[in-house]
Design a protein around this ligand. Structure first.
Ligand code: SAM
Ligand code: SF4
Length: 328
């Protein structure tokens, strides 16, 4: 069975938030004023819930899963969750997006559990700027985690860099330089507005076109055509580069026509579009009541409502409190 939306887009990829808790406070994601009220653990998807949900999603054609959050490595049962997903006969790709704080300690266990790929968020290579952005002095720790992940044998490690004017735009070429030395993919992401970050977003937004122009002053970018249609990122290489450079431009270059994904929130809601019109559909009660057929029906019925494109131009930011609850 295939999951096809109302615009004939085939959905085979799920991003699932495992928690809305985080040990960082990146100002573009979890600003200081964000409330710190967390619900009891039963309100969140358990390992068993996730296992069951992905068996149903697998039958519907889901092949790829990204574990995100909040910070997914804060889940004590993260390795068990990965292990159980790696037994799922439908899933071909299990990856994670992490802030990297616990990676040095956990990279080997994650690999052993069955994690295929890792993305690490890294907005600066300087301890003071890293602190300004995340409120933690964790650059060296995260960097050690990345080296450990390379050492452990993770391939295609991606570093996600949110572009922030006046904070990390003076490091854009240093990030590109990293791809010469290491087999890392650096992806520059445009700062997206949410309800809580609207004002900062206006102040700090830098487009990927501006970032590319800066890079082209110092490097020749070679287009990596083979990857161009595999996701929202446009990929390039520099001469003799071991890694790649990617640009994710949700604002300056809309990629919704190629969207192949849906999201599951930490509390078990299906979200059809990152910036959709408050389109969350409650799944937890059906997952827990072991009503597999009803769950499948509900997902199939909901998917046709997936919007053609995000509504950012029409105030869609108001539909997202912050990414920490959805997983980005
Ligand atoms: N804690 C993990 C991490 O930082 O990778 C996973 C969750 S985080 C919400 C997932 C991704 O969303 C990160 O790469 C982060 O940089 C990105 N993100 C969060 N808020 C954003 C925003 N306002 N604009 C663009 N990207 C954002
Ligand atoms: Fe936490 Fe990731 Fe959001 Fe930063 S981007 S606050 S690390 S969830």
């Amino acid at each position: 069975m295939k999951l096809v939306d109302g615009f004939q887009r085939h959905i085979d990829y799920v991003r699932i938030s495992l928690t809305d808790k985080c040990n960082f406070q990146c100002f573009y994601c979890r600003p200081k004023q964000a409330e710190k009220v967390f619900l009891p653990s039963q309100a969140y998807l358990s390992k068993e819930d996730i296992e069951k949900l992905f068996l149903v999603l697998g039958k519907l054609g889901i092949k790829k899963v990204k574990l995100t959050g909040g910070e997914p490595l804060l889940r004590k049962d993260i390795c068990e969750i990965i292990q159980s997903l790696s037994q799922n006969p439908y899933l071909k790709d299990i990856s994670m997006t992490t802030n990297g704080f616990f990676l040095e300690k956990m990279a080997r266990d994650l690999k052993r559990a069955g994690l295929h790929r890792i993305n690490v968020s890294l907005d600066s290579l300087k301890e003071d700027t890293f602190h300004k952005i995340s409120q933690t002095f964790s650059f060296s720790k995260v960097w050690k985690g990345i080296l450990e992940a390379l050492e452990t044998g993770f391939k295609q490690i991606k570093l996600n860099v949110v572009l922030i004017k006046g904070m990390n735009d003076n490091e854009i070429c240093d990030f590109v330089e990293l791809t010469k030395k290491y087999p890392l993919t650096v992806r520059f992401i445009e700062f997206m507005p949410t309800k809580r970050t609207l004002i900062d977003q206006k102040k700090y937004y830098l487009s990927n076109m501006e970032a590319q122009a800066k890079i082209r002053e110092h490097f020749t970018l070679i287009s990596n055509l083979s990857d161009i249609h595999t996701g929202p990122s446009r990929y390039y290489k520099v001469d003799q580069g071991q890694g790649r450079i990617g640009f994710i431009s949700p604002l300056s270059h809309n990629f919704c026509d190629r969207c192949n994904r849906i999201r599951i929130t930490a509390k078990g809601k299906l979200r059809l579009c990152l910036f959709g019109d408050n389109d969350e559909i409650e799944l937890l009660h059906l997952i827990r009541s072991k009503a597999d057929e009803e769950l499948q029906e509900l997902i199939l019925k909901s998917i046709v409502k997936k919007p053609l494109r995000h509504s950012l131009e029409n105030g869609g930011a108001a539909n997202v409190e912050s990414f920490v609850s959805i997983g980005g």
